[in-house]
Design a protein. Structure first.
Length: 623
């Protein structure tokens, strides 16, 4: 189904501007971007109001989504069991604190459009003890061929409307306790993926099988509505003996391609699109690129050949495409796929080994994650892949030739400059420890001298005393501004971020807690109860983002016994009104790629922070 001309709700068309040429920087390889054009409406999820009620000792914070299809002047009334609780329509925010409301109070919200009150929303999701538990069931453990026993832990999660009812559902990756980094030999258990509704109903379970090794770099799964049918699909790399959600086997059910070190370096590799409602494998193609000769990726034992990244991008400016990639230490290959009418079509392939100049000079520039956004303001998304970027048409856009890094942040970090900015850190001891980059051209705005393997870096407006976002890294001792000037002490963590309290500065999310940055010390705002973080020293949540309620972000951890996903939502009022970030497609694709390798937090396409201007409305349509 192609982009429909009939649209639901309001959309606005915003004009893009032309970025004038490429800027020169030392060591910079750049190709000229295409012309800018008027923005078109982008496909987005048709979501319900997403009402939540978070109980505190003083009452309940009720919050809900301002949808991208709502009019600018929409207002709201809040009802408890059919009785209105607010005295005048709520216009300046999408939350309301109901004093003395009991934990079990039943709330709905009614929008007021053109002076006419609309029908009731869905009933509020109740966070009766400050959190909401979604029951989950660990798979049965097992034993590897060499006799090693393993069980399962809940790992990274994503969200999408799997059944088309307007509510987000979870897709959860289960990882065995013997999961391995690619550099480590040994057998692993199978990777399992579940589709789960908010009430804990498991829609399906997919077993990726013995021929997909388990670990942070092997399975990057994407959850998105690629074909525009109103239901999210699930995409993942598969192999012989993968079992879909209906019990059907992909390829050979008996094949075992593992070698004595536990690596899978032979046998077919596939890319499969699964039905989000049933888990059925709807289409399977060969994975691009094929592994070919293992040693050509940089080693002969299987470390570098199996480094995978994934994402979702609006490459045509209107509809989402699937991004699947392999390699970053040496050769890097990115394949862009469309899923339309029940079939895969490859849009383009970027290959640093290509004989043409589309990728030459771009080898060895990848990171342990990727970012997606319209960096050149032409209305179409680019892939920022470490120290390089690939244009929406699959051509190399620029590379700084500063090599591999573990963490990167793409967003509107400097509200005083139009467009996006990009901050990354470097693993190489011979490359700049931190770089602040113009992602339209790859020009380096500033950098810090090489020092070390700088493994972590963050960018976000955590300090109201500075205009714009601050950046900091594991090797630095200060937060820095958009010019690289020091602005204060380094925070207590260099990990994730969350908009949690009532203001527009972002908070620090690390391990199982959220902290507020302060000039002398940080203040603890939340400690998760009986939960665990994921991915070892990375200490990331199962998922964090604007999932429900207003624009603030929820955080999801698995409980210590792996029997529930425990969701926390803010109990604090805000006077700021922002459209649900789920309808900002840069932020939404950020949630989709959050589970990729070394997880990073999502960033919207516009600045949210102290002194921010009125947030823009998105240009979207819902299928």
């Amino acid at each position: 189904m192609q982009h429909p001309h009939r649209r639901r709700g309001r959309t606005r068309l915003l004009l893009s501007t032309v970025l004038a040429g490429a800027l020169a920087a030392a060591g910079l390889t750049t190709l000229t971007a295409g012309p800018a054009q008027a923005a078109t409406a982008r496909q987005a999820e048709e979501l319900d109001r997403g009402v939540v009620s978070v109980h505190t000792d003083a009452g309940n914070l009720v919050s809900w989504r301002w949808l991208g299809t709502d009019p600018n002047d929409v207002s709201f009334n809040v009802y408890r069991a059919g009785t209105k609780v607010n005295s005048t329509p709520i216009t300046g925010s999408t939350n309301y604190f109901h004093s003395a409301g009991p934990a079990q109070a039943d709330y709905t919200v009614r929008a007021i459009v053109g002076g006419v009150e609309q029908a009731d929303s869905v009933h509020a999701i109740q966070f009766r003890t400050g959190y909401k538990d979604v029951p989950i069931s660990p798979p049965a453990g097992g034993t590897t061929p060499d006799g090693g026993a393993y069980t399962y832990e809940a790992n990274d999660a994503s969200v999408g409307d799997l059944d088309g009812d307007g509510a987000l559902d979870f897709v959860l990756k289960w990882q065995p306790t013997n999961a391995k980094d690619n550099s480590q030999s040994g057998y692993t258990g199978n990777t399992i993926i579940d589709g789960i509704k908010l009430d804990g109903t498991r829609l399906w379970r997919i077993d990726l099988g013995r021929n997909i090794r388990s670990g942070a770099h092997y399975t990057q799964f994407q959850v998105y509505d690629y074909d525009g049918d109103g239901k999210a699909e699930v995409a993942a790399k598969t192999a012989d003996a993968t079992v879909d959600g209906t019990g059907a086997v992909i390829g050979s059910s008996s094949a075992d391609h593992r070698n004595s070190s536990g690596y899978v370096l032979t046998g077919p590799e596939y890319l499969t699109m699964f039905n989000g409602q049933t888990g059925r494998a709807m289409g399977t193609v060969d994975y691009v690129p094929a592994r070919g000769t293992v040693s050509s990726w940089g080693d002969s034992y299987g470390n570098r050949v199996d480094r995978f990244l994934a994402g979702t991008a609006y490459l045509d400016g209107a509809r989402p495409s699937l991004i699947m990639a392999r390699g970053y230490y040496t050769r890097s290959v990115i394949a862009a796929w469309d899923w339309r009418n029940g079939a895969f079509t490859r849009r383009w392939t970027f290959d640093t080994n290509a004989s043409t100049n589309t990728g030459r000079g771009f080898d060895g520039q990848g990171s342990h994650s990727l970012s997606v956004g319209d960096v050149d303001n032409d209305g179409k998304d680019e892939i920022v892949y470490g120290a390089m970027a690939v244009d929406d048409n699959g051509n190399g856009l620029w590379t700084t030739r500063t090599g591999h890094g573990d963490a990167q942040h793409l967003g509107d970090l400097d509200p005083g400059t139009s467009g996006l900015e990009y901050f990354k850190v470097s693993e190489s001891t011979s490359q700049p420890a931190e770089l602040y980059i113009n992602p339209a051209s790859g020009a380096i705005r500033w950098q810090l001298a090489a020092c070390c393997d700088n493994g972590r870096g963050v960018a976000g407006d955590i300090y109201a005393g500075n205009d714009g976002a601050e950046v900091w890294s594991a090797s630095d001792t200060s937060i820095r501004d958009e010019a690289g000037a020091t602005k204060g002490r380094e925070p207590s963590s260099v990990n994730f971020l969350s908009w949690w309290d009532g203001d527009t500065t972002r908070e620090l999310l690390d391990g199982t807690h959220i902290d507020k940055y302060g000039t002398s010390s940080d203040t603890r705002l939340l400690t998760g109860a009986s939960v665990h973080s994921n991915n070892g020293t990375k200490a990331t949540p199962a998922l964090s983002g604007d999932l429900f309620g207003d624009w603030r972000e929820e955080v999801v951890w698995a409980t210590g016994d792996n029997t529930a996903l425990r969701i926390y939502s803010t109990p604090t009022e805000t006077t700021t009104k922002i459209t649900t970030l789920l309808h900002d497609t840069m932020y939404r694709t950020g949630i989709a790629w959050q589970n990729t390798a070394y997880n990073q937090p999502p960033h919207p396409s516009f600045f949210i922070g102290n002194g921010m201007p009125t947030a823009p409305r998105p240009t979207i349509y819902t299928p």
